[in-house]
Design a protein around this ligand. Structure first.
Ligand SMILES: *[C@@H]1O[C@H](CO)[C@@H](O)[C@H](O)[C@H]1NC(C)=O
Ligand SMILES: *[C@@H]1O[C@H](CO)[C@@H](O)[C@H](O)[C@H]1NC(C)=O
Length: 356
C-alpha cells in the first residue's frame, strides 16, 4: 500500500491527503482517504478525488496502445515523490488530472450535489447569436474551474520552471474542458416552428476532453529552461515571461521523454516487452492497427502470436415456459504480444559473427 497521489495543502488552510493503492489483479483504486479542515473543503474533496481518478482512467484509455501507457509511477503529481519528471507525458498527466477534477466538480454542480452551486444562468435572456437566446441550464464550468484550481494548483509550491510547467499544463487541462463544451438548443414557436431558440452550454463526454488533450500532447511545445534560469529573481522573471508567451491551450514540457521501449528501473519504466498489441479483427483505428509496429517492431522486439480458446454461451433458445438453454461455443482467439526475438544459441544470424 503506497501513497501515490498526495495533495498536500498549506497546513494553515487544510490538509487533504489522497492515497491510492495499486492492486495487481485490479485496476488501481482509491482506497484510502484522509482529511481534516474547514467544512467547505470537505464538501468538495470526494468530488476532487473522483475527478482525479477519472482523469487517470482516461489517461490509461488514451495511452492503451502507446509505448508509455500511463503507468502508476507516472501518477505522482506532487513533488514529495522526489524525482520529478518534466516531459511530454508529465504534461499530459497534469492536464488530464486537472481537467478531470474540473469536469467532475462541474457535473456534480449541475446534478445538484452541492448546496452552494447550480446552473450557470448568468447570461439567460441575453441574445447569444442569430435567432437564439441564452436560456436553460448551462453547466457551471466557472465553479468547477475555480474549485479545481484551488485543489490541484495548490500542489505546486515551488517557483521553479517545473512548477511553472505544471501550473501551465493544469490550466491547459481546464481550457480543454471549456473548449470542448457543446451548445444545446431547444426550439420555441408555434408548434415547434423554431422561430426562436434558447441555448445553453453543456459538458461533452469526458472521452472527448481526453481525445482533445491527446492531440495537444502530440503537439506539446518544449521550452528550454532547465539550465540557466536559477532561483534568482531574474531567473523567476525569465520563467514567468517564457510561460506567459505560450498559449494556455498548449501543453508544455521541459525535458525529452526517455526511451519507453526499454526497461528502466530508476525511472520505474517497464519497457514494451510483454505488452499486448492489436493486429487484426475488430474495427481498429489507424493508431491501434499500427500498435504492433510501434510497441514491438520499432523497439526491436518480435511479435508473438498466442492462440487461446474462449468458451461462451451461444445459440441460446427460449423454451416454453420458461427456460433459456444455451450451447457452449468455443472460439479461437489470437492475441499478439511483444517478445524478445529468440535465436537458438550458437547460431549466428547470416553474415554475422563469421570468424576468418
Ligand atoms: C460527484 O460525482 C462523482 C462521480 O460522478 C461522485 O462519485 C461523487 O460522489 C459526487 N459528489 C457528491 C458530493 O455528490
Ligand atoms: C534510465 O534513465 C536514466 C535517466 O534518463 C538514465 O540516465 C539511465 O541510463 C537509464 N538506465 C538504463 C538502464 O537505461
Amino acid at each position: 500500500c503506497l501513497p501515490k497521489i498526495m495533495f498536500l495543502m498549506k497546513p494553515s488552510v487544510f490538509i487533504f491527503l489522497f492515497t491510492c493503492v495499486f492492486q495487481l489483479s485490479h485496476p488501481w483504486s482509491v482506497n484510502n482517504f484522509l482529511m481534516t479542515g474547514p467544512k467547505a473543503y470537505l464538501i468538495y474533496s470526494s468530488s476532487v478525488a473522483a475527478g482525479a481518478q477519472s482523469g487517470i482512467e482516461e489517461c490509461k484509455y488514451q495511452f492503451a496502445w502507446d509505448r508509455w501507457n500511463c503507468p502508476e509511477r507516472a501518477l505522482q503529481l506532487s513533488s514529495h515523490g522526489g524525482l520529478r519528471s518534466a516531459n511530454r507525458e508529465t504534461a499530459f498527466v497534469h492536464a488530464i488530472s486537472s481537467a478531470g477534477v474540473m469536469y467532475t466538480l462541474t457535473r456534480n454542480c449541475s446534478l445538484g450535489d452541492f448546496d452552494s452551486c447550480g446552473c450557470d444562468d448568468s447570461r439567460n435572456g441575453q441574445l447569444g447569436g442569430q435567432g437564439w437566446l441564452w436560456g436553460g441550464c448551462s453547466d457551471n464550468v466557472g465553479f468547477g474551474e475555480a474549485i479545481s484550481k484551488q485543489f490541484v494548483d495548490a500542489l505546486e509550491t515551488g517557483q521553479d520552471a517545473r512548477a511553472a510547467m505544471n501550473l501551465h499544463n493544469n490550466e491547459a487541462g481546464r481550457k480543454a474542458v471549456r473548449g470542448t463544451m457543446k451548445r444545446a438548443c431547444k426550439c420555441h414557436g408555434v408548434s415547434g416552428s423554431c422561430t426562436t431558440q434558447t441555448c445553453w452550454l453543456q459538458l461533452p463526454e469526458f472521452r472527448e476532453v481526453g481525445a482533445h488533450l491527446k492531440e495537444k500532447y502530440h503537439a506539446a511545445l518544449k521550452v528550454d529552461l532547465l539550465q540557466g534560469a536559477g532561483n534568482s529573481a531574474a531567473g523567476r522573471g525569465a520563467i514567468a515571461d517564457t510561460f506567459r508567451a505560450i498559449s494556455t491551450r498548449e501543453l508544455v514540457h521541459l525535458e525529452d521523454s526517455p526511451d519507453y521501449c526499454l526497461e528502466n528501473k530508476t525511472l520505474g519504466l517497464l519497457g514494451t516487452e510483454g505488452r499486448e498489441c492489436l493486429r487484426r479483427g475488430r474495427a481498429l483505428g489507424r493508431w491501434e492497427r499500427r500498435s504492433c509496429r510501434r510497441l514491438c517492431g520499432d523497439c526491436g522486439l518480435a511479435v508473438e502470436e498466442r492462440r487461446a480458446e474462449t468458451v461462451t454461451s451461444c445459440n441460446c433458445k427460449f423454451h416454453w415456459c420458461c427456460a433459456v438453454r444455451c450451447e457452449q461455443c468455443r472460439r479461437r482467439v489470437t492475441k499478439f504480444f511483444c517478445s524478445r526475438a529468440e535465436r537458438p544459441r550458437g547460431s549466428a544470424a547470416p553474415g554475422l559473427g563469421l570468424k576468418p
